[in-house]
Ligand binder design. Structure first.
Ligand SMILES: CC(C)(COP(=O)(O)OP(=O)(O)OC[C@H]1O[C@@H](n2cnc3c(N)ncnc32)[C@H](O)[C@@H]1OP(=O)(O)O)[C@@H](O)C(=O)NCCC(=O)NCCS
Length: 303
């Protein structure tokens, strides 16, 4: 039966991971991957406020471990989530027990969901998670930024968003909630519409160089928006939407290429987003027309 790790387990854990290859993906923060979180947990007590470490053992030998991020809160929905950051053990039965232990702990924190991210195409892990009741919630996608060229004769133009655009961006974004909410989660849409309105208006009004919005104009009319959160490594798609009458044409490419160009000009190498597993349209267009690839997939267990 798994138990919380103590400092006497650290040596055994380090022996277990010696030579291990960690799964990585392009947008993952190297300072915040499973390996460095484990090292922090072992070296300093500070990260123990944020994370919990469980181990399985046979007598004195450590046979597996799991790192649980105790809780994070999603911005717009307010969902509270516990996250399995890493689970490593050669034995399937230990793995199952460690996940059951994490589920119990997550319930104890009053989390709504237990989630974990796995590399795309990891079929073993997928089957294992599904056997525990987890479902696919979404895909993390990314593409290298480029100095994209805009079509010369386009009915569209792109400009930076201003706080005055906030209301229309909020209306457009909240009208798309059925497409954008995470698969496998249920919400009161009236309440979420209200929260989305407020959140988008605040996001557009933020006076922060790392928050940028682009609006796509069809003449005088706002046809869509792309809100980005920037850091040194990537630009993250905070929100993307087109008005329905502009679906199926060149609008999405025009807007997203402008976004890629903006990131490229600021020397930000990667363009990153999260797409709900139920939003096939967005995934298909991102892959086919914009060259995005799926990096990893988020699975979630409602608690
Ligand atoms: C996502 C969005 C910006 C894409 O723009 P768009 O103009 O609708 O995209 P397109 O019509 O050019 O491309 C959609 C592609 O998905 C395909 N598609 C549509 N519905 C599909 C479905 N149910 N399953 C699989 N593919 C589907 C289309 O055939 C098309 O592919 P093709 O160009 O190879 O034929 C727009 O639909 C939108 O605003 N959606 C609501 C908000 C949203 O989902 N935002 C993204 C959050 S990550």
């Amino acid at each position: 039966v798994p138990r919380p790790a103590t400092s006497t387990d650290f040596e055994g854990i380090l022996r277990l991971v010696a030579g291990r290859v960690y799964p990585t993906w392009p947008s993952q923060d190297p300072r915040n991957n499973a390996r460095s979180i484990l090292e922090d947990l072992i070296e300093s007590a500070t990260s123990q406020d944020e994370y919990e470490l469980f181990v399985t053992h046979e007598q004195q030998d450590i046979t597996g471990f799991l790192i649980l991020k105790k809780q994070l809160t999603r911005g717009i929905t307010g969902d509270r989530e516990s996250v399995v950051v890493d689970c490593f053990t050669p034995q399937v039965s230990d793995r199952r027990q460690l996940f059951e232990c994490a589920t119990e702990a997550a319930r104890g924190y009053d989390s709504h969901f237990l989630t974990t991210e796995i590399p795309a195409e990891d079929h073993h892990e997928r089957e294992f998670l599904e056997s525990l009741g987890f479902g696919l919630e979404g895909h993390k996608i990314s593409v290298t930024t480029a100095e994209c060229v805009m079509p010369k004769k386009s009915p569209y133009s792109v400009r930076l968003a201003t706080p005055d655009d906030g209301y229309l961006i909020g209306v457009l974004s909240s009208s798309m909630l059925t497409h954008t909410v995470s698969a496998g989660r249920e919400y009161d849409l009236a309440e979420l519409t209200f929260r989305t309105m407020g959140n988008m208006m605040a996001q557009v009004a933020r006076d922060d160089p790392n928050s940028v919005g682009l609006v796509l104009m069809a003449g005088q009319e706002l046809a869509g928006h792309l809100l980005l959160e920037l850091n040194d490594r990537f630009g993250y798609i905070y929100d993307l939407a087109l008005a329905k009458e502009h679906w199926g044409g060149t609008a999405v490419r025009h807007l997203m290429r402008s976004g890629s160009r903006l990131l490229f000009e600021r020397r930000i190498p990667l363009f990153v987003g999260d797409v709900s597993a139920s939003n096939r349209r967005a995934l298909v267009v991102a892959q086919r027309a914009l060259g995005f690839a799926v990096e990893c997939q988020r699975y979630g267990l409602p608690l």
